[in-house]
Ligand binder design. Structure first.
Ligand code: ZN
Length: 259
């Protein structure tokens, strides 16, 4: 693997200014800067408990109760979190037409709360509850509160079903093909692709930056740690995300004022 030279914010700002179809892909790293723990990290929920697989959720009331217990424990931190400078910069770039949209592995809706409109949630959202028996969807907050209060998995108000579940992709569940296809299309068309805060090891999500690079897009990786795709990138930045995107944005603002 060849070493990638350090790239100044000025260079990346210039790439972004020249690009006509940039896309951002985000992982847990952007959410940890808002105080949301990475559930895969040591001490995270998934390290503490065994995950409930989708088939077990569907077939067993005990598994459903355990699922709700785990999700309810993780919920308050997520609900309290606020979008950070990284989320806000990406939302501003979308509003000004600099990026076409955001693909995210995160389930916290912080991109939407920052103002991003075209958000592709690969793993769904934990801020909504979906009935697995009918098409009903609910805000997660009130139902999580009810579970914590009663210690009983809430029933679907629409169909009476007992299998309400967070609208996330569970273990043993495949990603939605329409979401995956939409993301692949965005990645393929991207002339500049930011991979932000993702270790780029979880498939098939990790294949999106590769797809962008293989289709001629310039890949910029912003992540605390090394990733397997660093060698494909035009630039690799190992610095905090909010700080990095803000620095690029500051260059763009200066260019606007002094063209
Ligand atoms: Zn229902």
């Amino acid at each position: 693997m060849h070493a990638t030279p350090k790239t100044a914010p000025e260079t990346i700002a210039a790439w972004l200014a020249e690009s006509s179809r940039a896309v951002a892909f985000t992982g847990a790293g952007i959410s940890t800067e808002s105080g949301i723990p990475d559930f895969r990290s040591p001490g995270g929920v998934w390290a503490k408990y065994s995950p409930v697989y989708y088939d077990d959720f569907l077939s067993s009331a005990t598994a459903r109760h355990e699922y709700w217990r785990q999700k309810s424990e993780a919920h308050p931190e997520m609900a309290r979190a606020e979008p950070n400078a990284g989320h806000r910069t990406l939302a501003a770039w979308e509003a000004s037409g600099r990026i076409a949209g955001v693909i995210t592995q995160n389930i916290d809706e912080l991109h939407q709360r920052a103002g991003s409109r075209n958000v592709w949630e690969l793993h769904g959202t934990a801020m909504k509850i979906a009935c697995t028996d009918c098409s009903a969807r609910y805000e997660a907050g009130p139902l999580v509160a009810r579970f914590v209060e009663t210690d009983e998995v809430p029933l679907c108000e629409k169909c009476g079903g007992a299998r309400l579940k967070h609208a996330t992709i569970s273990f043993g569940q495949t990603l939605l093909p329409e979401v995956l296809n939409g993301c692949a299309e965005l990645a393929r068309a991207a002339d500049l692709f930011f991979a932000i805060g993702s270790s780029l090891v979880v498939e098939p999500a990790a294949s999106l930056p590769r797809l962008a690079a293989d289709s001629g897009g310039k890949l910029v990786i912003v992540n605390r740690d090394e990733t397997p795709l660093d060698g494909l990138a035009a630039s690799v930045i190992r610095a905090p995300i909010g700080e990095t995107l803000s620095a690029i944005d500051a260059v763009l603002a200066r260019r606007r004022e002094n063209p």
